[in-house]
Design a protein around this ligand. Sequence first.
Ligand code: SAM
Ligand code: DTB
Ligand code: SF4
Length: 322
Amino acid sequence: MMTDTSPRHDWTAGELREIYELPITELVFRAQSAHREFHDPAKVQKCTLLSIKTGACPEDCAYCPQSAHYQTSVEKEALLEVADVLGAAQDAKASGSSRFCMGAAWRQVRDGDQFERVLEMVRGVRALGLEACCTLGMVTEVQAQRLAEAGLTAYNHNLDTSPEYYGEIITTRTYEERLTTLANVRKAGVTVCSGGIIGMGESIQDRAAMLAVLATQNPHPESVPVNALVPVEGTPLAGQPPIDPLELVRMIATARIAMPKSRVRLSAGRMSLSDEAQALCFLAGANSIFAGDKLLTTPNPGEDRDQALFEKLGLEAEPVGV
Ligand code: SAM
Ligand code: DTB
Ligand code: SF4
């Protein structure tokens, strides 16, 4: 009987694959046990995303509607003004989000006016009493330090998939470069948000291998987003068949068991999930979602639907300012 749920950092892909493939009853039980060790099972954090700079990205991520390599219906937009971003952050706070995440379709941060503007946004979001998260592509150690000084709570940079499958999805930057960005964020004392996507044609072994890379970091990423591919017309992955929601449940449960203290975020893909499927994801240890009617460029269940869901399931949004 496994009773010790204190975080381990020596997980192997093989071990995590065995967990992923457990009978679902056993899997969800183990995930729920790990969850209760460190988290209040009735609380789910709501985070609001805003795309602060949209489209025309030089990277070729095969899932992404914002890549300049593909023709999609996403309209390009230059970096937003600070006041507009803070207005959106205020709205996010009013609708119960405790974290505000700003995403830019950049390959990497470049020093200069635009970065200064992002730092101003971070200071403004923190002044509202919200957690501030950024996802801006690759960052150097010095840039990560400047973000830390501005008060940034978390930096999101996803591994997306396993080291083995990565080359099928992105060719314009390496897995190593991703890990370096995560290390730079960690060194600067900003919490790490890193996860991936399922439904891109990867195998279960790839999913387990990605979780093993995350779960062998010490400390674990404080937050782990699990995205289901949102297939977007014009991207190479537009024709991918939708995943079975139970695969998302397995992925979340395995992440929860491997990284019991981390926040596991049920991220992109909720538009195609029933209330029951989402309930299973929460039971499997998801304790955060993206709120609001838009992710970065694609639709997301809006406030009303989520409020009805939380009421039906008896869940509460985690209060602002914790
Ligand atoms: N450009 C930055 C970067 O890649 O780090 C930040 C923004 S990028 C859109 C953030 C993450 O969103 C990606 O790493 C990917 O995991 C996720 N994402 C993007 N498009 C997606 C899609 N169509 N379906 C699911 N997740 C997606
Ligand atoms: C993450 O893992 N998922 C979010 C956030 N981190 C930045 C982004 C999902 C984007 C889905 C596609 C879109 O809306 O453009
Ligand atoms: Fe650019 Fe990020 Fe989209 Fe990749 S995921 S194309 S880096 S915006």
